[in-house]
Structure formats: structure tokens, C-alpha cells
Design a protein around this ligand. Structure first.
Ligand code: AMP
Ligand code: ZN
Length: 112
């Protein structure tokens, strides 16, 4: 989608602090980190959120989770949180599917 911030980052039209890239997804550091480690993993193809994952396209979600598992191991993270906000009330500010990976500090539950 031409006006989507994360589509532009995926295309390389807007720079990002890239951690990992493959043909399906991209991981980059969050511009406003909420923990000592805070990166995002996005599919390169636009989906608005988890709400658009279906039986037909869920391979991208499985792939992203395998990338999260690999990257966190490479970073030596034994404990971390994976979050995806869906919709305004849950705090989604960028309408392109993304998974936050946060680590490096104590975290509370329930989340705010
Ligand atoms: P959410 O609010 O769950 O939709 O998450 C969007 C995240 O994208 C926020 O944590 C922002 O700090 C982050 N963000 C926004 N713009 C950029 C950018 N240009 N590069 C990296 N992260 C960004
Ligand atoms: Zn997009």
C-alpha cells in the first residue's frame, strides 16, 4: 500500500535500523523503544493486523514466529515478550501487521 509507513520501510523507501531481512519479512529496531531490546517483525506484504490472518495466508505468521525464535536465540534472550496490538483501543498506531519483541527489563502483567 503506497501510503503505509511499514510498506515503505519494507520497500527500503524509508530507512530503518534493520536487524534481519528475508524475502517474506523484515525485523527492525523500534524508533521509540519501550525496553532495552525492542524490535518489530513485519511481513513485507501488507496485512493490516492479526485480524486479517486467515487459513489461506497464515504461513506468513508461522514464518514470522520462527524468525522471532531464531533472532531472540541469536541475541541471547532467554525471556522476552511478543505483542501485537490490533485496533485503536488496543493501541495499534501503524495499520500494518507487526509483532513487537521486548526484552531486557522486568515486565508487569496485566499489561496497561
Ligand atoms: P503499534 O503502536 O502497536 O502499532 O506499534 C507501532 C510501533 O512502530 C511503535 O512502537 C512505534 O514506536 C514504531 N514506529 C513508528 N515509526 C517507526 C519507524 N519509522 N521506525 C521504527 N519504528 C517505528
Ligand atoms: Zn503496509
Amino acid at each position: 500500500m503506497s501510503e503505509c509507513l511499514f510498506c515503505k520501510i519494507a520497500a527500503g523507501d524509508i530507512p530503518s535500523n534493520k536487524l534481519y531481512e528475508d524475502p517474506v519479512c523484515l525485523a527492525f529496531h523500534d524508533i521509540d523503544p519501550q525496553a532495552p531490546t525492542h524490535f518489530l517483525v513485519i511481513p513485507k506484504a501488507h496485512l493490516a493486523s492479526v485480524a486479517e490472518i486467515t487459513e489461506d495466508n497464515n504461513a506468513v505468521a508461522a514464518h514470522i514466529f520462527s524468525v522471532i525464535s531464531k533472532l531472540t536465540k541469536e541475541l541471547g534472550l532467554e525471556s522476552y515478550r511478543v505483542v501485537s496490538n490490533i485496533g485503536e483501543q488496543a493501541g495499534q498506531s501503524v495499520p500494518h501487521l507487526h509483532f513487537h519483541v521486548l526484552a531486557g527489563r522486568d515486565m508487569t502483567w496485566p499489561p496497561g
